[in-house]
Design a protein around this ligand. Sequence first.
Ligand SMILES: Nc1ncnc2c1ncn2[C@@H]1O[C@H](COP(=O)(O)OP(=O)(O)OP(=O)(O)O)[C@@H](O)[C@H]1O
Ligand SMILES: [Mg+2]
Length: 441
Amino acid sequence: MEEHIYWKLFLSYAAVLALSIVIMFFVKISLISFTLILVMITAYSTWLSSFFISNIDRLSDAIFEISKGNYRPVIAKTSSEFRRIEEAINDLQERLIGTIGELSASQGKLKAILSSMAEGVMAVDAGGNVILLNRAAGEMLGLIESEVTGRNFVEMIRHPDITSSIRAAFSGGSQEKEIGVSLPQERKLLVHAVPVSGGGVVTVMNDITRLKKLESIRTEFTANVSHELKTPLTSIKASAETLIAGAVNDKENNIDFLNKIMKNSERLSALIDDILQLSSLDEGRTPKDVKPVDAAAIIDRALDTISAKIKQKKIKISVDIGDGPVEVICSEDHLYRVFLNLLDNAVKYNKEGGSVTITGRPYNGQIEFEVADTGIGIDAEHLPRIFERFYTTDKARSRELGGTGLGLSIVKHIVELYGGKAAVSSRINEGSTFTFTLNKA
Ligand SMILES: Nc1ncnc2c1ncn2[C@@H]1O[C@H](COP(=O)(O)OP(=O)(O)OP(=O)(O)O)[C@@H](O)[C@H]1O
Ligand SMILES: [Mg+2]
């Protein structure tokens, strides 16, 4: 209870006493009866005021506790006017608890949504202070929400292009820009800063690094395909033109031109086959004819296809995949393609009289196949990129040998389509070992 209320009470008692003494002089009643009346009046008014004071005290304490956030119902102690105030306070308190509950639930939902979003979201208030930074935005910009909240965005964001986008949004323009950041990681972000009513700016960031990489792979692929198609076509055209110009009657050389046309047409056809194969693998759909396939039969088929090359280079082939049948889950055609590409390389990049060993061993519920050769080997600098499309260690040599650099990328795509992995280890001038895994049937 406030001090001044007691003072007021004391002063009103003094005033009543003074007034009573004045009345006593005018009405002239006996001192005893007057004192008696005075005592009764004083007792009653003391009881009355202490009743009001204690209730006001109790209710103001309850309101004070509510303002501090300590909610507990006010116990109804009276049946007078205070009862209505008590009920009103309880009612108010219940509604307040309800509203705060709803607010914190929706704030919780908002927080959960924001933190699970792949897009980065950052909000700054009219004064430029950060009021929200979700998990994704923190990761993209290398910031921690608790450290940046309440601080000015210019101090916190170390990427000038992003701060200038936010500044532009503060001046009323909505900005969408592709911005490259190097910290904490090299990324490309699509940043959209929008002014919001109330004077702040909300910035939404999309990580488009992967998209950009795919875009550049696609552009590179198209350029490579066009180039690879153009080379044999130019040669075919030139040979045909020479024949038409008269070489057709040159009995000694005309067959050479025709052979050139034949060789380059085969090259074109193989290239188109590979591209079609890759494009169907890109769709990521496993073919319908997936069933247990006997690896031994497929290896024989692939060796048969390149038997002329094997003979010509005097390559020794040994196959060791165990005694019983080795069956894996794959489409027959895909497994044939994998072995054909690996064996073709193992022979093509081998030395004359070299050897190729094919092994197959069960490993963790899968079969791990190995194609090892004693060939020219691959320099360590090329190994990380060897499975990329059109990647060759020596473009001229590959072309000379009729290759385009698509074989290994097809191998990798096929193996991964069935949940396996392809890998390589190699030593220059000693040989290479390609391994891949497929699920055991
Ligand atoms: N067993 C190997 N030994 C040495 N180098 C290899 C071997 N296998 C692949 N390479 C290197 O990796 C490159 C890519 O191989 P890949 O099979 O993808 O293409 P390619 O053989 O040149 O052409 P393609 O297979 O499309 O006819 C080759 O050009 C070659 O430089
Ligand atoms: Mg090859």
